[in-house]
Design a protein around this ligand. Structure first.
Ligand SMILES: C[S@@+](CC[C@H](N)C(=O)[O-])C[C@H]1O[C@@H](n2cnc3c(N)ncnc32)[C@H](O)[C@@H]1O
Length: 334
């Protein structure tokens, strides 16, 4: 309980509950001792999403004890419900289950500053908002004015919403999953953002594509469509549609060079490439060398403007670099 309280208290003292209703309130790998290191807790209004990472030492009895500790603590902080997702070391996680309370079956709206996002807590493997990407959303909100943005692997479009609210001239949102694209559309509506043609009727302002990145990027290149900002945020593995010569399978271990070549081929001169992965098993060095190979092959020089790393609400322990799974760069083509 004291690990949870300490994590809550420093966030509260730093004002992290004031400007947002969605925040990681406990990150076990850096803030948990003993069994609690295998748990993380995210707050969505007064509903909580707990991630539990499987570990051989976590027996069923120990899991039950820790779940109770977490639920008791969150109830003492006014929780209305707690759902939990068990993340196995291999394979796909099942859906989240309700650990306590009345978790809403309809989507709820959460707030980050003045931006709103739809969150689903039931019958899903993920609530719909990656809290570790908040700094990137903030960066897009202050930088995207006037840009033509392509957000690939967009999921529920939170980075697209940030770019559109930041004044992007157009935002194209691309994801393989039709339900995610529909969710992204709902997030646009929730923030009063238009879809379709601009008032002049001559360009598409906000466009949504349910499709495979490895099919669409070559298609955009063929039609000479360029973007001022291309965002890449692939999962570690995915099974695409199969028509890009790799039987549809993508992995960050094998395919980062090809992915970056495609992205750079549609990046306008002086454009911005945002590239991020969440693969703990891919070291920075390999990520950088795959990106460099891609840039060299198409004769393009890139400046590093910023590194993408876990934010302060996801602390890890010094000496446990592998726990910092989120990696990436904001780059500028020169
Ligand atoms: C890590 S999530 C991206 C998170 C997102 N950037 C955000 O900030 O919310 C990965 C997404 O990539 C999508 N995806 C996986 N393979 C794909 C492919 N070949 N083409 C397009 N989207 C793909 C998945 O459907 C999933 O929504």
């Amino acid at each position: 309980m004291s690990n949870l309280r300490a994590a809550w208290d420093w966030r509260s003292e730093r004002g992290l509950f004031e400007d947002r209703s969605a925040v990681r309130v406990f990150h076990g790998p850096g803030e948990g001792l003993a069994d609690l290191q295998y748990f993380a807790v995210d707050r969505f209004n007064d509903h909580y999403w707990v991630t539990q990472w499987d570990h051989p030492s976590l027996t069923a009895a120990r899991i039950t004890t820790q779940r109770q500790v977490i639920v008791d603590f969150l109830r003492s902080r006014g929780a209305q419900s707690v759902v939990g997702l068990d993340r196995p070391q291999r394979g796909v996680a099942p859906q989240a289950e309700v650990w306590w309370g009345e978790a809403p079956s309809d989507p709820i709206t959460v707030r980050e500053g003045s931006v709103h996002f739809l969150i689903r807590l039931r019958e899903t493997r993920h609530p719909g908002l990656f809290l570790d990407h908040r700094p990137l959303r903030e960066w897009l909100m202050v930088r995207a004015r006037g840009w033509r943005v392509l957000n690939t692997f967009s999921y529920t479009g939170s980075l697209s919403v940030a770019a559109a609210l930041g004044g992007a001239a157009s935002v194209t949102t691309l994801d393989l999953s039709k339900p995610s694209i529909q969710w992204a559309r709902e997030n646009f509506k929730l923030n009063g953002l238009p879809e379709g043609e601009s008032e002049q009727g001559n360009s598409i302002v906000n466009k949504f594509i349910a499709g495979d990145v490895f099919e669409w990027l070559p298609r955009l290149r063929k039609s000479n469509t360029l973007f001022d900002c291309v965002i890449l945020d692939p999962p570690s593995f995915s099974h695409g549609k199969g028509s890009h010569g790799k039987k549809g399978n993508f992995s960050t271990a094998k395919d980062l060079t090809e992915l970056h070549q495609l992205a750079l081929s549609i990046l306008a001169p002086k454009g911005f490439l945002v590239t991020s992965i969440n693969s703990a098993n891919i070291p920075w060095q390999k990520f950088e060398s795959d990106l460099l190979t891609a840039a060299k092959e198409i004769n393009c020089e890139l400046q590093v403007l910023r590194m993408i790393d876990l934010p302060e609400t996801f602390p890890t322990r010094l000496g446990r670099g592998a726990d910092r799974y989120l990696k990436g760069w904001i780059l500028r083509r020169v």
